[in-house]
Each structure stands twice: as C-alpha cells, then as structure tokens.
Write a protein that binds this ligand. Structure first.
Ligand SMILES: *[C@@H]1O[C@H](CO)[C@@H](O)[C@H](O)[C@H]1NC(C)=O
Length: 270
C-alpha cells in the first residue's frame, strides 16, 4: 500500500499480506527509505525463490513432491486451494497469524475439522480433513523454519483484535523470529496445549505447523480426504514434526528447548 502524503511516499502500517502480495510496514513513520526499500526487494526475492508452479492436482506431475501433514478445512477453502489458489480465512482463530494450520496427527486434524464449525463456519458447514503436500521437497527443505515456545506474548488474538493490531502483532512475531536467525517467509512450528476432547492424553501437547499464505500459495498442494481415508490414516503410525527438526532444518532457540523441558517433552537435541 504505497501512497503519497504531503509529497512524501509513505507505507501504511496495515494489512501486510493480501492476495499473495507482501507489503512492507513502516512503523517509525520514516516513510520509504533506501534501507526499507532494499529490505522490501530482498523479501520479494526470497518469496520468488520458493515458488514451484502449480500444475494441477495430479500428484504424478510433481516428481519432487513431499508429504507434509494434515489440516481441517472448510468447503470454500478446499474449493480454492484445489484450484491452485490461495485463501486467507479471517474468521477462524489464528493464534500465530492468518495461515494454514497443519498437524502431523491425522486424528488431530479430524478433531479440528469438527472444531472449526463451532469456531467459524457453523454446525451445518461441510468440512474436510485434507492431506497437504509440498510440490517440491527440496524447496520445502530450503525454507526458513522456526520452532517457537508456546508463549502468549508471541501470539495473536485475531478474534478480539482489529485487523491493524493483528497485522502489527505479525510484525512483532517476524521480528522475534528474525532475532532467532530466521527471515521471512518462514514456516512456524509450535507445541499446542491440550483441550477437551482432543485425541491425546489429557494435559499433553501436540505439534502444529503454521504455513503463511505466501508459502501455501508458492508450493503447497491440498487434497480433501474421505472419512474412510482419514480413518485408515488414523490407524497407522505417523512421523511427528519433532522428529523432523534436523531433516527440515528447523531452528530451535534455547527458549523453545526450555519450553519443551518445562512440559516434560524430551525431544532429542541434534
Ligand atoms: C537452515 O536454516 C537457517 C535459518 O533459516 C539458514 O540460515 C540455513 O542456511 C539453513 N540451512 C540449510 C542447509 O538450508
């Protein structure tokens, strides 16, 4: 959102991602400077570098495809994503910002395919468990990844905040993540606390993976599953994201290791 104000170019500190376009936010009101212009161009280049073209839904068309995980989704999102398009749902709870929320556990994705009805879409909505793939596994591996501690001050409350505050908190998160050495665009991982009726033992946590719209649009494939397909996956073992820390090059800061330890989660530090 570039505009002119009394002869100076300024950038509005508002919605930073729309329709796959990334906007720089100028928080200090310094306007468009050579420095933030350069940062904007750099970010645009990093976004461009991770693009793998959408060739349709036939998995055979993607020789370097890689299976990633599962997500619960509503019909409107499924309709767009299965056409190679992008969608940001602003009604759903989004504690790490507007994004596609993926889990490794197909039973947890089933839980969320129901939970999002009460959260956003209504009891009669049609929802799905979807399987998510990366079009190009090498590109997926090369993207910056961060595992953040499950701390409230890092999170967004989009259900109670206006859009400007929500966008601002994404900026804050990006800065914290940059401080930990991972630049935007990145994929974010976190443990998630237990809630009533979740298919895991009480008071244990599980893994979530947060894929922001630029990355979803640049390299993801979405396949809605039937109830039967979902049940078959639930019967089988899956590889949890915490066992991918090395292969996927996930940056895990000390604060996160402390957060794991505090919850009695003894993941192996590689
Ligand atoms: C791993 O991630 C870090 C942080 O994003 C990055 O600096 C580094 O280049 C990555 N390594 C590989 C092999 O991709």
């Amino acid at each position: 959102m570039l505009g002119m104000l009394r002869g100076h170019v300024y950038i509005r500190a508002f919605v930073f991602i729309l329709a796959g376009v990334t906007f720089q936010v100028s928080r200090d009101q310094a306007g468009l400077t050579w420095e933030n212009y350069q940062q904007g161009i750099e970010l645009w280049r990093r976004c461009k570098r991770i693009r793998s073209p959408y060739l349709g839904q036939d998995l055979e068309l993607y020789p370097k495809k890689k299976f990633i995980g599962y997500a619960g989704m509503d019909q409107a999102t499924v309709d767009l994503l299965t056409k190679g398009k992008s969608r940001i749902d602003m009604k759903e709870s989004a504690r790490w910002g507007y994004a596609m929320y993926i889990t490794d556990n197909p039973a947890m994705a089933k839980f969320f395919s129901e939970w999002i009805k009460a959260d956003a879409f209504g009891a009669n909505a049609k929802t799905y468990v979807c399987a998510l793939w990366a079009r190009d596994g090498d590109l997926f591996n090369s993207i910056g990844k961060i595992w953040v501690p499950e701390l409230g001050d890092l999170q967004t409350d989009n259900k109670h905040w206006d859009k400007a505050k929500t966008a601002w908190s994404q900026e804050d998160r990006d800065r914290r993540v940059a401080h930990w050495g991972v630049k935007t665009p990145y994929i974010l991982f976190s443990r998630h606390h237990w809630m009533e009726d979740m298919p895991i033992p009480k008071n244990t946590r599980w893994n979530e993976m947060v894929v922001y719209p630029q990355i979803q649009d640049a390299m993801f494939l979405t396949y809605p599953m039937t109830h039967h397909q979902n049940e078959e996956k639930i019967k089988k073992a899956y590889v949890p994201f915490d066992q991918q820390i090395k292969t996927w090059n996930i940056t895990v800061p000390d604060e996160t290791w402390q957060d794991f330890k505090k919850h009695g989660e003894h993941f192996i530090k590689l």
